[in-house]
Design a protein around this ligand. Structure first.
Ligand code: SF4
Length: 396
């Protein structure tokens, strides 16, 4: 009789846990002091933040531990490589905190803080002191969305929207639900991996999701798990809590060298995500972002890892797509053979490119569209946008 009671109390205490954040590398005793001194130089350029729960997932005996690689700075971040804004998001920023690249989709950058900072982040510029792309005042962005009836789909992103206060999140969801043409609200967040208790311990936030994720207009969580080791029992409970609050969960993550560029790792993650009701959605080719050289995976190798991971999964785990978020649009990597790489625009800034199928020469070193050369005699995208592929140009 006593044991179940204790279990309940333990579970309750655990469900109320608050993670402790750190920004000071000196607070990580597992890293030798002289290494900490070197890493502090890197953290001055690209900010460091982590928490006790996530640091506990690291196996400090393994110098190549993927979780360590994900959040602990490394010296290669100072290499002169890539751009801070590799997809030129600035060009589609139409109001403070609002990006509008495709007619039906708007991105609200509503927070410049994350649960921890992924070292490979493609938006690391937002965490730098002089950033002006994110705003706490969403009124301008919301007014823009309200004035544009073509916007059906709003992604809250940042930074991490789930680190906003519950009050601000509630107000933002409420304001979006008052705009009749906004049908889908998506929340891009790595908090389910960094702090699974965020939703578990916050009854008011659970209520907000129940209120605003309605049978006719769902809220989607675009979760960001990169490695199966992040799918701890409490992380699984956290996803279950989203689902019980009426939120549809999917997962998207980049392909990162030394973290998940391994068919076994990816297949295990896709399988487990599909079991828990968080469907694998997009696997992103890493953007050539400043600081990220040591994380890059060439497109051809990425395709090999991705397609092998899909082969090892069930049909549900096989629904992920391998894509590149290029300045010109979202491009799916469809196939690679001995001579060619086959691509297709899933979404495109230029309406003439929507649905376009493209063939490029195989280049095993290329990491981005700009590195590729069109196949012999095929200087431009090959099929008109009226091709059958263009029907796929729906919401991203
Ligand atoms: S959680 Fe997302 S936005 Fe934040 S550091 Fe990681 S990749 Fe960047």
């Amino acid at each position: 009789m006593i044991r179940p009671l204790l279990t309940t109390l333990e579970a309750r205490t655990e469900s109320l846990r608050r993670v402790k954040y750190i920004r000071d590398i000196d607070k990580i005793p597992h890293i030798p002091p002289e290494e900490r001194e070197r890493l502090k130089q890197i953290a001055q350029r690209y900010v460091f933040r982590a928490n006790d729960y996530y640091l506990d997932l690291i196996n400090w005996d393994d110098p190549d531990d993927p979780i360590k690689r994900l959040i602990i700075p490394c010296e290669a971040e100072l290499n002169d490589w890539g751009k801070l804004d590799a997809s030129n998001e600035e060009a589609v920023t139409v109001a403070r905190g609002l990006q509008h690249k495709y007619p039906d989709t708007a991105l609200l950058l509503c927070n410049e803080v994350c649960g921890a900072y992924c070292r490979y982040c493609f938006r690391k510029r937002l965490f730098m002191n002089d950033n002006v792309e994110v705003t706490n005042d969403l009124s301008e962005g919301l007014a823009y969305i309200a004035k544009n009836p073509g916007i059906r789909n709003v992604l809250l992103t940042g930074g991490d929207p789930l680190l906003m206060s519950t009050r601000r999140l509630w107000q933002t969801l409420e304001a979006l639900r008052q705009i009749p043409h906004v049908e889908i609200i998506r929340i891009g967040s790595k908090i389910p991996a960094f702090d699974p208790w965020r939703l578990l311990r916050d009854l008011e936030l659970q209520e907000a999701f129940r209120e605003f994720s309605t049978p006719g207009k769902r809220i989607y969580l675009m979760a960001h798990f990169d490695h199966p080791r992040e799918l701890t029992s409490v992380a699984v409970e956290g996803i279950d809590c989203f689902i019980r609050c009426g939120v549809i969960c999917v997962n998207q993550c980049p392909l990162i060298k030394g973290i998940n560029d391994d068919a076994d790792v990816l297949a295990t993650m896709f399988r487990r995500l599909s079991y828990i009701g968080c469907q694998p959605y997009y696997l992103f080719q890493g953007r050539p972002t400043a600081g990220n050289e040591s994380f890059k995976v060439p497109i051809v190798r990425g395709w090999e890892v991705f397609s092998e991971a899909l082969r090892r999964g069930s049909g549900l785990a096989r629904r992920a797509r391998f894509v590149m978020s290029h300045e010109t649009g979202k491009i799916e990597i469809l196939a690679v053979d001995d001579q060619h790489i086959y691509l297709r625009y899933l979404r495109a800034k230029d309406p003439a490119l929507r649905g376009q199928f493209m063939i490029y020469k195989r280049d095993d070193e290329a990491c981005w569209l700009d590195d590729l050369e069109p196949a012999e005699g095929l200087g431009a995208p090959k099929f008109p946008s009226s091709s059958p592929f263009s029907v796929l140009d729906g919401p991203e």
